[in-house]
Design a protein around this ligand. Structure first.
Ligand code: NI
Length: 469
């Protein structure tokens, strides 16, 4: 995640940095559901759907003046990996909040894809968009887990320490034709053990086993120069790899259809279907409970609470999370709840171009329909942020809320329950985030209290249909 300082200097002084003035020129996340890359030089990613019990946590700050969204996977049996990734993303969030929140138009967005998750190795690649202040722009990093030793490793662990000099020479050759590349600067930063880990922090493989080394883009006050990327052929790089690096390379080229982690596998509870009776919201009092940002580690507990009260709800899911936990999304739909589109990776959509908004929402629709066999009926934009571009590009009606429980801010189940109950009135749309355990813990009390006051719990579409009639 460290910005590439020295290598791009040449490019900047040559005045050729105008490769694009905004860092949003590419769509940020690499596909998590793509099993293999389409281009030979593309970094290989794997579908995480067969990792037993995988959950993805995606906390986000819902304050639109300083939006952030970070994420990390919970892989059962690889708790050390989860803890390290969590520490890493939370450190970025803390840095962002102190360094960028007072800047104009800040946003932090972290996303990741699995590079490998088979045999006894796991690799993830993080993509970070940091807008506002120092560090502005795109950066990427890879992190590795060796299940044999239970250790979390940086990108440099793929390379034998004694081979760094040869790797540097090979990188120099591969990058020599790139405009602005300074081979001396590269040698300097890679020769020094302290700076090496920061600069050489994104190593990954193609499906052929070629090594892809990516250096991050420009520095403060300088237009983004784009990332520098070198691809070293598998045969060239193999003698330079560490034992761990060779195991990773083997799993990327020929993945085993299993992942050897000595951890417990999370059970998948089955739920009774929600009540099928139709509710006439003209004759009875209705509210729509809505849950954003999931699915997450507490979603299944929430489904169990809702089932006990025969309550329907609407889940505004994040596409990336859907791709990681399609089973939970399928269960949600099967239990009679509605699925809504909450974007692919919780970007502030007002920062994107029309084409990017369209792609983002379409990709999310597709992930939901692949997971659950249904197309969402409505969109809720992250942070509630809308502009004319978002309004014209959305494929479904935009739905906001009438009651904000502020559950992301107050992690207190009693307070969340009070906010929901006191805000409820007929046709209310109540906003929660099921990624917080305190929110899910509040729900039985909300359901009990509002039931005794005569409320029925319907989906957003039911409510809108009934209200519009
Ligand atoms: Ni959200």
């Amino acid at each position: 995640m460290i910005i590439m300082l020295l290598i791009v200097t040449g490019l900047v002084t040559m005045g050729c940095a105008a490769t694009g003035s905004t860092p949003t020129k590419e769509s940020p996340p690499t596909s998590a559901v793509r099993a293999a890359s389409h281009h030979a030089d593309e970094i290989a990613t794997v579908s995480p759907t067969w990792i037993d019990g995988l959950r993805v946590v995606r906390p986000s700050g819902n304050d639109v003046s300083c939006p952030w969204s970070i994420t990390y996977p919970q892989v059962p049996g690889a708790e050390a990996f989860t803890a390290a990734l969590r520490r890493m993303v939370e450190a970025r969030r803390a840095d962002f909040r102190t360094q960028a929140c007072h800047q104009a138009a800040p946003e932090l967005n972290l996303d990741f894809a699995f590079l490998v998750a088979s045999g006894d190795v796991i690799g993830v690649r993080y993509t970070e968009w940091w807008l506002g202040g120092a560090g502005d722009g795109l950066s990427t990093t890879t992190r590795w887990y060796d299940a044999k030793t239970g250790t979390v490793l940086p990108a440099t662990a793929l390379v034998e320490p004694g081979s760094i000099e040869r790797l540097t020479a090979e990188l120099g050759k591969a990058l020599s034709r790139k405009e602005g590349f300074d081979p001396r600067a590269l040698r300097d930063v890679l020769a020094d053990g302290a700076s090496r880990a920061s600069y050489l922090d994104d190593l990954a493989f193609t499906t052929r086993g070629d090594l892809v080394v990516t250096f991050d883009e420009g520095v403060t006050g300088v237009a983004p120069a784009g990332q520098l990327r070198a691809v070293l052929p598998a045969a060239t790089v193999r003698p330079l790899l560490s034992g761990f690096g060779r195991r990773v390379q083997r799993q990327v080229v020929e993945p085993e259809r299993r992942l050897d982690l000595d951890g417990p596998v999370a059970p998948t509870p089955t739920l009774p279907p929600a009540s099928e009776e139709s509710t006439d919201c003209h004759r009875v009092k209705c509210v729509a409970l809505t849950f954003d940002d999931g699915p997450g580690p507490h979603t299944q507990t929430l489904l169990a609470h809702l089932a006990r009260f025969h309550a329907r709800a609407t889940f505004y899911v994040v596409g990336q999370n859907v791709a990681m936990s399609p089973d939970v999304v399928r269960q949600t739909a099967e239990a009679g709840h509605e699925l809504g589109n909450h974007s692919w990776s919780h970007r502030d959509l007002t920062r994107l171009t029309a084409a990017q908004v369209r792609d983002d929402l379409h990709r999310t629709d597709q992930a939901i329909s692949r997971a659950a066999g249904v197309t969402p009926g409505t969109v809720r934009p992250p942070y509630g942020a809308v502009n004319d571009v978002v309004r014209t590009q959305t494929p479904h009606p935009l739905v906001m809320w009438t009651v904000d429980t502020l559950d992301w801010k107050y992690r207190d189940a009693a307070r969340v329950a009070r906010a929901a109950v006191s805000g409820a009135k007929p046709a209310a749309i109540i906003l929660f985030h099921d990624i917080h355990s305190t929110t899910v813990a509040a729900i039985p009390r909300v359901l009990r209290t509002l039931s005794t006051r005569g409320y029925h719990f319907v989906t957003v579409t039911q409510l809108r249909g009934e209200v519009a009639r």
